[in-house]
Design a protein around this ligand. Structure first.
Ligand code: NAP
Length: 340
């Protein structure tokens, strides 16, 4: 195997965050590139995803949780997340080729040594990195496997400007939804959601009663709720549910991005009588469980769907720590991606 690259730069956790994760909690280290084994590819990363779940995994009491595809981080550990890069070297007969693009799980570094079994060949390009790194496929899997959107549905998407939410609203529409409502934090984002993402109405999570805003946006109630937030938004959606409503729960940002400290515990108040009387289905769903089956379907479907891949692109590995902080603070929109 040809091996010319000797060193790499990677982002590591420097110290456990005290409250919100700050750029100073991360550091960029230069290190010797690990020696490639007989089944390893050497990849020059071009783009990687920045996920807010990294904050949860950087907690002192973080635990590996089934369904969360992120490693627990201790000070000194390198961060990891989905990446796309070009193959620099690969074993003969591995099915990969030098110069081809691959997706793999070792972002947050400029070069990676990755087991071939963790890599997916993406061809010679050009490619749309957001289609592979973004959470369109998560939203697609949730809305085609987790629950099903039916023609004419009124759909509510919490965190509708986020990585999953910015795709979920568009996908729901293309699957037949008649009215699509999202939530966000600022009027600026709300305007962008209606003009660029096609939402019919937007609720502001910090601007008065969620229940009252939802009632105004969906006077006849909600058929489908795609929930990334939990808390008061889930309570309000349950109150607005129509007969036979389907809720797919993907995340609990109220707990994950709690300013006081990230938590995996996300209690919520629900009127169980309403759920019973309205025959409401609540499904917790992890798209990773359906990855092998749903991902190729998503890649084919999105080519025809004419989606807007909402993406905040940050250029340079050195700017990645700030990108994570800004994503957690709600300053960015859509998928947050670093171009290395
Ligand atoms: N089940 C699955 O398969 C799966 C897969 C991946 C991720 N997830 C989970 O799904 C959730 C969404 O992931 P994502 O990557 O799409 O994140 P995201 O929605 O892009 O999260 C960032 C956004 O959260 C909002 N936010 C910040 N603080 C908040 C708070 N205290 N309460 C409510 N919202 C807040 C902000 O948006 P606004 O300013 O617009 O409000 C911010 O821009 C996360 O919990 C993630 O762990 C689930």
């Amino acid at each position: 195997m040809d091996r010319t690259v000797e060193r790499c730069r990677e982002v590591r956790l420097r110290a456990y965050p005290d409250g919100m994760i700050q750029p100073r909690d991360l550091t960029i280290a230069e290190a010797a590139l690990p020696k490639a084994g007989p089944n390893d590819l050497v990849v020059r990363n071009r783009w990687f995803r920045v996920s807010i779940s990294t904050r949860l995994m950087a907690n002192p009491d973080a635990q590996a949780v089934e369904g969360i595809p992120f490693p627990v981080l201790k000070p000194g550990d390198a961060l990891a997340d989905g990446a796309i890069g070009e193959v620099v070297a690969c074993p003969a007969g591995s099915g990969f080729e030098v110069g081809g693009f691959v997706s793999h799980p070792l972002g947050w570094r400029d070069y990676a040594v990755v087991d071939a079994g963790s890599c997916i060949a993406l061809g010679q390009g050009p490619i749309e990195p957001a289609a592979y790194l973004g959470h369109g496929w998560t939203a697609y899997a949730a809305l085609t496997r987790g629950i099903r959107v039916r023609p004419g549905d009124t759909v509510f998407v919490s965190s509708g400007a986020g990585a999953i939410g910015s795709m979920a609203g568009q996908i729901a529409r293309r699957l037949g939804a008649a009215r699509v409502i999202g939530s966000t934090s600022t009027q600026d984002k709300a305007d962008w959601m209606t003009t660029d993402l096609g939402y019919d109405a937007v609720i502001l999570r910090n601007r008065g009663s969620i229940a009252d805003q939802l009632k105004a946006a969906a006077p006849d109630g909600v058929d489908v709720f795609v929930d990334m937030v939990g808390g008061a938004q889930l309570t309000a959606a349950a109150g607005a549910a129509r007969e036979g409503a389907r809720f797919v729960l993907l995340g609990a940002l109220t707990a994950e991005l709690n300013v006081a400290g990230a938590s995996i515990v996300a209690p919520v108040e629900l009127d169980s009588f309403q759920l019973i009387l309205k025959d409401v289905t609540l499904r917790g769903y992890s798209a990773d469980r359906d990855y092998a089956e749903a991902f190729p379907d998503w890649i084919a479907w999105q080519r025809e769907a004419g989606l807007h891949f909402a993406c905040s692109k940050v250029v340079g590995l050195e700017n990645a720590p700030r990108a994570l902080h800004d994503a957690c603070e709600g300053r960015l929109k859509g998928l947050v991606m670093v171009e290395v």
